[in-house]
Design a protein around this ligand. Structure first.
Ligand code: GLY
Length: 399
């Protein structure tokens, strides 16, 4: 069939358009793809520098930003979120090898030291391991090591032998005799490391006891996890299973699932107990195959919220999960985990989730949800989402 000249020109133009369309689709997953007028990597560097340049104050750790007003919520070192900000700066140093990040991380970390003796909370691991632990990995500073061991000594004062767990919270004592939340698994890394650093097995043994009690009582038949399990301190029996940050007691709070997957994968790293690995895999399957999980892999803040899809996402649940899956892949070599983690990380590095370059706040990602039932920290940037995002980038790089 012979084409006339005009038909030939149209045919070539259509061919060109198709080629362009395909190449732009392909580039959208490339390392340095465009986000609006600037490249993805340039935008990330701009965001990283907002963390670097945030003014240091003794009691002003940036925790979150109000999604609507843009106001930054600052917290003192005793807040459970304080350590993530210095932790992100250490991770940025590891990613960029720029000493400026290390210098700032050192100053912010020093402002955490008073927490080593704060026995009123289980959040010691979040606070002290994310700051001093990350810093020790870089500096091998002996003072950091001593602070980590002191912090572990303080944390184990919350262990109850009858229950076989570390107590999570002290509030609501009239109703919750001895609450243990799934998030508490994350504090075990501090204990495992304290044994490695000191040679004293007590921290490791308590961590294993806590993980075993959690494994026995916190999971449901479908491998989703309860947020809070309340125990009797005398006979050690379970008194009730409830939620604090989920939609209701029977629902699956997204970040809770991520803490479980991360926590048991990390506990497997130190113990090689196959039961921990099996639980991490089973809960990861629950998360990845959930019918209410959006295609981009970033969950709504609760998997069972009745208003889905008109519900805010929780990017922090995605970054914690993504980071955990890179480690889960390293143990199992199951490509499902690697592919899912890569997908989540790629989707997060788009204009949908990275804060705009002009937002003057020390955060990288938007769309996290802190506490849905309290309508607190809804759909905005939160520092732990950034911390685990940077950790996931590092883990991907190491793989
Ligand atoms: N550890 C509290 C939270 O995940 O919000």
């Amino acid at each position: 069939m012979k084409l006339k000249k005009i038909e030939l020109i149209i045919f070539i133009q259509v061919l060109l358009c198709i080629t362009l369309l395909f190449s732009s689709c392909k580039n959208s997953t490339n390392k340095n793809s465009e986000i609006g007028p600037i490249s993805r990597d340039s935008l990330l560097i701009i965001r990283y520098e907002k963390l670097l340049n945030y003014p240091v104050t003794k009691d002003g750790f940036p925790r979150s930003m109000d999604g609507k007003s843009g106001e930054v919520r600052k917290v003192p070192s005793k807040d459970w979120c304080s350590g993530f900000f210095p932790g992100s700066l250490w991770n940025l140093y590891k990613l960029t090898e720029d000493n400026a990040y290390k210098e700032k991380a050192t100053v912010w970390t020093a402002n955490m030291e008073d927490q080593k003796l704060n026995g009123g909370t289980h959040d010691m691991g979040f606070k002290m391991y994310c700051s001093y632990g990350e810093g020790y990995e870089v500096t091998k500073d002996k003072t950091y090591k001593e602070i980590i061991i002191t912090s572990a000594n303080t944390l184990i004062t919350r262990f109850n032998k009858n229950v076989g767990s570390l107590r999570s919270w002290d509030f609501n004592k009239d109703i919750w005799e001895f609450p243990v939340i799934i998030d508490n698994m994350m504090n075990l890394e501090l204990l495992f490391e304290a044994t490695k650093m000191s040679g004293d097995s007590i921290y490791h043994k308590i961590a294993v006891k806590h993980a075993n009690t959690t494994l026995k009582n916190q999971f449901r038949a479908d491998n989703s996890v309860n947020h809070v399990v309340v125990y009797d301190t005398i006979n050690g029996k379970v008194k009730m299973k409830v939620t604090h940050q989920g939609f209701n007691d029977d629902s699956s709070w997204a970040r809770g699932q991520s803490w479980a997957i991360y926590g048991f994968t990390m506990a497997y790293r130190y113990t090689k107990d196959p039961a921990y690995l099996a639980q991490a895999e089973a809960t990861a399957k629950f998360f990845m195959e959930h019918l209410n999980l959006p295609n981009d892999g970033i969950p709504y803040w609760d998997f069972n919220h009745p208003d889905i899809p008109n519900v805010p996402r929780d990017v922090s649940a995605a970054t914690i999960m993504g980071s955990a899956l890179f480690e889960l892949y390293s143990f199992t070599k199951n490509k499902t985990y690697l592919n899912f983690a890569n997908k989540v990380l790629d989707n997060l590095q788009t204009a949908n989730y990275i804060l705009d370059k002009d937002v003057e706040a020390p955060f990288i990602l938007k769309h996290s949800t802190g506490n849905g039932p309290k309508d607190d920290e809804m759909d905005g940037p939160i520092n732990y989402a950034d911390y685990y995002f940077l950790e996931a980038l590092l883990r991907k790089k190491e793989l």
